[in-house]
Design a protein around this ligand. Structure first.
Ligand code: CO8
Length: 256
């Protein structure tokens, strides 16, 4: 693949978007490669998570503006649909995803990060949904995910102004979980991945399912889901091992 590098690191992967000459802007090829990457990692039974980052001074500076300039109405809709489908696949994947935002994360680039489970940003990162400055609106799910994440008022302000914000402001708003120094971004991302990967893998998968499905339904239906998933844990050897290890005062062996 031309735009994406996958480095396997035991049971997780470091995925780097590499189109630095255009600040990693997303054209159709890059988006398709992101989809192929998710499929490839999902089909690898050893891999349980990935960290997504960008090469150079951007995470992703948005959808490819030069390419979008050539679009007519169906092409614009198709492009939006392609991004939506690929980001949704990433979001619902069994893999835990962490966006390590190393620089500009704008437009489609922020929308990509919003589809990940966890977001860390380095102090130099700048985030925003500047689509309205181009006569567009977020088209890869951003108008839907951002209000769900930070509330309608705050999302509306960011989307209507198109303003870029610094990492600290993104942290204050709840868009990113953590702000790190530039040097610490990947080590901190890897450290939290190690913690996540040391826990019960099937439990994490169930928890992700409960969170993702629960966020899109009523509280009562979400709790019904949670109950089913919780019950399901008791037919899994992993749960037996986790409970026994606690009682035997030892570390659980989840085989990871
Ligand atoms: N698309 C294409 N090329 C880009 C993009 C982009 N989004 N961003 C940067 N580039 C290119 C520049 O054109 C430039 O190319 P060249 O060297 O050939 O002139 C190169 O990357 C370096 O960029 P700059 O020289 O501009 O770098 P600066 O450090 O001066 O500025 C910025 C960095 C502030 C990030 C600036 O590049 C910028 O404002 N970029 C555009 C950001 C933006 O508006 N992003 C949102 C795009 S719209 C979007 O994402 C919609 C998503 C939903 C689509 C739905 C389908 C229809």
């Amino acid at each position: 693949m031309g735009f994406i590098e996958i480095q396997k690191k035991g049971n997780y992967a470091l995925v780097t978007i590499k189109r630095p000459e255009a600040l990693n802007a997303l054209n159709e090829e890059v988006i398709k490669e992101i989809g192929i990457t998710v499929d490839t990692l999902e089909s690898d039974s050893q891999i349980r998570a990935f960290i997504l980052t960008g090469e150079g001074k951007a995470f992703v500076a948005g959808a490819d503006i030069a390419k979008m300039k050539t679009y007519n109405e169906p092409e614009g809709r198709n492009f939006s649909e392609l991004g939506q489908i690929v980001f949704r696949k990433l979001e619902l994947s069994r893999l835990v995803s962490l966006a390590a935002i190393n620089g500009f994360s704008l437009g489609g680039g922020l929308e990509l990060a919003l589809a990940c489970d966890i977001r860390f940003a380095s102090t130099n990162a700048k985030l925003g949904l500047p689509e309205v400055s181009l006569g567009l609106l977020p088209g890869f799910g951003g108008s839907q995910r951002l209000p769900r994440l930070i509330g309608v008022g705050r999302a509306s302000e960011l989307i209507f102004t198109g303003d870029m914000i610094h990492a600290e402001e993104a942290f204050r708003l709840g868009i990113v979980n953590r702000v790190t120094s530039v040097e610490d971004l990947l080590p901190e991302s890897e450290k939290i991945m190690q913690t996540i990967l040391s826990r019960g893998p099937n439990a994490i998968r169930a928890a992700k399912m409960a969170i993702r499905q629960g966020m899109e339904t009523s509280l009562d239906r979400g709790m019904e889901w949670e109950k089913q998933l919780f019950g399901g844990r008791f037919i899994d050897a992993e749960t037996k091992e986790g409970l026994s290890a606690f009682l035997e005062k030892r570390k659980p062996n989840f085989g990871g």
